[in-house]
Design a protein around this ligand. Structure first.
Ligand SMILES: [Zn+2]
Ligand SMILES: [Zn+2]
Length: 245
């Protein structure tokens, strides 16, 4: 099941080899020793039940939240591994701005068990894409750094080209839910030859209001995808301050 390309193995091996020359620091707390230390791992605030069956937002016990009842999302379900808070917040920052591949690998390893427990079946794992300009500026898609090793571990085909962003959008930081939705509406397009009749595992780093995932799902469904299940590493919760995201 594990078809990890040799090119990627080599890439990972080189990266891990560098750790012997330059001792790594933890992406969560900054202490030296490892890329993702045991203490940070233990401090991750996991999202636990009760949560909305649809969007995965913590609830006070109701099965489907009010928001999903009044406006059902197109994805079948969304689940997030952890609350967007330290140390996960620091780790995602390190992956996004410092291309910390070793750390992304460590997070992917943590996510494997979480995703397996969901018992979802999927044909393709597709990361939420960046726009062309942003991709050029950063040089890589930070979601892909975690999504690629995760797909290999899960034995799901990794398909980063299944979905593309057709226009640049402004940062979602500080926008209201309605503004976020308008900001990313019709900003994505899926490749029908890749996604038609396929069951998709769509992945993003952080979900706040879910507007990016909703827009990506709409694009995938209109290109003929059979269904979309969405996964994020972290979930920004209102009481953790939406505006910081
Ligand atoms: Zn740490
Ligand atoms: Zn919901």
């Amino acid at each position: 099941m594990n078809k990890i390309p040799w090119s990627y193995r080599f890439y990972r091996w080189t990266w891990n080899g560098l750790d012997l020359l330059f001792p790594p620091v933890c992406g969560g707390c900054g202490r030296s020793g490892s890329r993702w230390c045991a203490e940070c791992r233990g401090r991750v605030s996991r999202i636990r039940k009760p949560f909305c069956e649809k969007c995965g937002i913590p609830t006070r016990g109701s099965e489907i939240c009010e928001k999903c009842k009044s406006n059902p999302p197109a994805y079948r379900a969304l689940r997030s591994w952890a609350v967007f808070d330290s140390p996960v917040q620091n780790a995602l920052h390190a992956i996004k701005y410092r291309r910390n591949i070793g750390l992304a690998d460590a997070l992917a390893a943590d996510l494997v068990e979480f995703v397996r427990a969901l018992q979802w079946t999927a044909d393709l794992l597709i990361p939420a894409p960046l726009g062309k300009a942003r991709l050029k500026e950063r040089g890589y898609n930070q979601v892909g750094l975690v999504a690629r090793p995760l797909a290999y571990e899960l034995g799901i085909e990794y398909a980063p080209n299944g979905l593309r962003k057709t226009r640049e959008t402004r940062s979602q930081v500080g926008l209201s839910a309605a503004e976020r939705q308008a900001n990313v509406a019709q900003a994505y397009q899926a490749d029908p030859s890749a996604v038609k009749r396929k069951s998709i595992l769509l992945m993003d780093d952080v979900a706040t209001t879910g507007s990016t995932l909703a827009s990506c799902t709409a694009a995938l469904m209109s290109a003929g995808a059979a269904e979309v299940q969405a996964l994020t590493i972290a979930r920004a919760l209102a009481h953790h301050g939406l505006n910081r995201v």
